[in-house]
Design a protein around this ligand. Sequence first.
Ligand code: SAH
Length: 457
Amino acid sequence: MSREEEKRIREKYEKWAAEEEAKANRAKKNVSKKPEKKNLKENKPEENKKPEENSAAEPPKPAKVRHELPEGAPRCPIAKRCGGCDYIGRDYAWSLGYKEMQVRKLLKPFVELSGIVGMDDPYHYRNKVHAAFAHVKDGKKERNVAGIYEEGTHKVVPVTECLIEDKKADAIIQDVLDMLRSFKIKVYDEDSDYGLLRHVLVRTARATGQIMVVLVLVSPVLPGKNNFVKELVRRHPEITTILINVNDEKTSMVLGERETVIYGKGYIEDVLMGRKFRISAKSFYQINPVQTEKLYKKAIVLANLTGRERVIDAYCGIGTIGICASARAKEVIGVELNPDAVRDAVKNARANDVKNISFYKNDAGVFLSAMAEQREKAEVVFMDPPRSGSTKEFMDSAAAMSPGRIVYISCEPETLARDLAYLNEKGYRAREAWAFDMFPFTKNVEAVVLLSKGGKK
Ligand code: SAH
């Protein structure tokens, strides 16, 4: 990225951040905290009447009501077979209100949810797109298809364009599919163990336009590799890197261990909150960059940093939260299990000229318990565990380090609620909570909770 480009992106971000702040202030003044209530009522009368019937452990399923689509709202022709989007074809505002209600209920024993932050344009937000490839025979006709596994099976449902995926990523996958025949690349068949290409993964960086393509093969050799790369890049000059990933295991995991870069640098760079981040194929990176900025901003505001704190960024991925918070902290310590992500994090700190941060490759629980044993302290702990939530070991150690504030970021409200109950036992009370619609039209929802010590249980 050139300096000018960086400057342009940073300015754009700062303008956006100022607008968002102004918007939030206006909203605080005028509007109630449940703006979707009207829609909820119109579309889901049964759930509004009897919320108490739905237990917290099992969130209510949306009832099969006939739903009038707002004019022009796109429908997905394969929604049923795919199963990825539970609420596609429904009013977006309704789905927001519905998710808000679910999170509100789960967090009720601990804290009142302040609201849900939605998207202005909730389509085509996914910056990471994965397609499974298959060879299908239909009578005498044979063809290759690229798409998603039908829910609960290994049958590939062809997808040409998905309403929540990045459009360019979808177009690239269609072109890979189109090129297979002329390059004589066989699609891998699980049953017969014949063929080469299993999956294609495309990652796009919204702010810079850089695109990564990962060809997941069962063997490291792609015949005609150079011409294949040339043709794909000719069709999509936005592609900045292409990798081969080898996955020869009988597994439902997409990526295998080994990878080789066959074009470009082997990673892409995106910009979040005015900082640039490199992202390797196997590193975790939030899939909705628009919502990620809103989420991080809230998390950092909740941490209420003054510049004097020692901050832990646990489950830190490529170091995004810690690096964004570093200017307001004395010192940041990041811990992450995935070695590729840790390598990215270290390089990201350097690229952003952040000197008060260090990263450790370790299990977050093991790392924190070692710190706690040495009587190390921290004033703020950010924790952003995977869907399975955190561990007792981690939370015991976090509490032992006696931070003034814990900011818990979660992509699974059920494990969040479970962990809040445990942290409550340890003396940490939830004070403020926000939901973020990170995954519009799917049933998933992100949340951030501020906890601090003391007060009644
Ligand atoms: N905070 C980052 C990443 C969040 S996703 C971001 O916002 O982008 C959760 C991360 O936890 C992933 O990078 C995953 O590799 C990591 N992880 C999973 N289990 C872990 C463990 N036991 N210890 C440390 N990190 C772990």
